[in-house]
Design a protein around this ligand. Sequence first.
Ligand code: ADE
Ligand code: ZN
Ligand code: ZN
Length: 259
Amino acid sequence: MVRYIITVLLVSLSIQLTSAAEDWGKTGHRATGEIAEQYLSKKAKRTINKLLNGESLALVSNYGDDIKSDPAYRKYGPWHYVNFAFDGSYEASEKSEKGDLYAAINTCVSVLKADKATKDEKAFYLKMLVHFMGDLHQPMHIGVADDKGGNDFQVRWFNDGTNLHTVWDSKMLDSYEMSYSELAANAAKLSKFQLQAIQEGTVKDWMNESRILCKEVYATTEIGDKLGYRYMYDYVHVVRGQLQKGGIRLAVLLNEIFG
Ligand code: ADE
Ligand code: ZN
Ligand code: ZN
């Protein structure tokens, strides 16, 4: 009986551990933070350094996920994603009163620009902004409510059962086996023109770009698909491109806020 109880506890613990949602996963968020550092103005770098007491953007990039385990921060849960109808638009959709990823980014920017915000408040919203700019570039975070952004879309990753959301959050990056600093150091070399094209636009434009990618993912994946090497071949460069865009655009916002 005791052995049975221990087995049940261990199995349920391992399910909880493996199902904890981690957005881009630690590596993806860190890569986005590290890439952003490459594009910060001197002034932005100095202000950020003071706010974060010397910690890097890569280091603080998972704070938004770390606080999920503390009930005091529960209200920030819905700020990590935005769902709207597959053929609809954010504008036309009914907004959740609990907030969403797009509203969250705007809130972070407003607090960081506000003269009356304290250092602690600014540090909190800066860490959240670093995280949310990563989430904005994970296509399944600009999802549909029906399947919770692919969390209820079951697939296989090599021989393991998982879901489409997790494949995009972390399975592809984990299988790629590059550290966040390797991902940042080996990001695509961009021409001036390519860089400008990424830097242009608004947070809403960037969200809609991720939605287009999300639609492509649904168009090319079916429930129960066994995904693996071929999926990596098709999409890991998209993941890497999204991490790079997230970093470059995070720097755009930070340079504008602190510039
Ligand atoms: N929960 C509900 N929708 C979600 C989404 N799009 N991403 C992450 N978690 C979610
Ligand atoms: Zn996620
Ligand atoms: Zn998140």
